[in-house]
Design a protein around this ligand. Structure first.
Ligand SMILES: [Mg+2]
Length: 167
C-alpha cells in the first residue's frame, strides 16, 4: 500500500479543465442563473471532484485562482482544501520567455516525484523544460478548453497512473 505522500502529484488548472470555455449561449444562461460571484462557476461539474479524488493522486491547485480555488471552486465540486502552487517570485528569476509560469514551480514542488499537469495551456517549451529538468516520470496533459476534462481525459490520466504508480 502506497501512502498518499508517495503517490504522484496532480497539478490542476481551473479555467479550461474544470471551467470549460464552452459556447456563448452557455455564458448567457449561466449569467442569469447564478445570482452571485463569478457566473463561470455554474460551469463546474459537481461530480468532477470525486472523479479526481478517485485517481489517488495528491492534488495541488495550479491556477491563477490561487487560494480562491479552495474558497469557491473546491466546495462546489466536492474537493477538500488543497495545497496551492505559488506564483514564482520575480526575485528568483521569474519565468523564462515562452515558459508557463507554473512549469518551474511544479518541478521544484515535485523534486523528482512523478507528476501530472492538467491544463489547457501547455506549450512545446514547457514539455522541453520538464524533460530537461525533471528526473521522474511526468504527464503534461493538455485539455480541450471548450469541453473541459472529459471521459477521454480521465482514461488517459488513469492509464498513465496505472503504468507509473499502480495502486
Ligand atoms: Mg487554463
Amino acid at each position: 500500500m502506497t501512502s498518499s505522500s508517495e503517490r504522484p502529484l496532480l497539478f490542476l488548472d481551473v479555467d479550461g479543465p474544470l471551467i470549460p470555455f464552452g459556447s456563448s449561449e452557455i455564458t448567457a444562461v449561466s449569467s442569469t442563473t447564478v445570482d452571485q460571484g463569478n457566473p463561470l462557476l455554474a460551469r463546474l461539474d459537481p461530480a468532477i471532484g470525486a472523479r479526481l479524488t478517485a485517481l489517488h493522486c495528491q492534488l495541488v491547485w495550479a491556477t491563477t485562482w490561487m487560494e480562491e480555488a479552495n474558497e469557491v471552486v473546491a466546495p462546489r465540486i466536492g474537493l477538500p482544501k488543497l495545497p496551492v502552487l505559488e506564483w514564482p517570485d520575480a526575485d528568483t528569476g521569474g519565468t523564462p520567455r515562452g515558459l508557463h509560469w507554473k512549469t518551474r514551480p511544479m518541478i521544484e514542488w515535485a523534486t523528482g516525484r512523478p507528476f501530472i499537469w492538467v491544463d489547457d495551456e501547455i506549450s512545446a517549451m514547457d514539455r522541453l523544460w520538464v524533460d530537461a529538468s525533471h528526473p521522474g516520470p511526468s504527464l503534461l496533459h493538455q485539455v480541450e478548453p471548450a469541453k473541459g476534462l472529459s471521459d477521454t481525459d480521465f482514461r488517459v490520466l488513469a492509464g498513465w497512473l496505472d503504468a507509473v504508480a499502480p495502486s
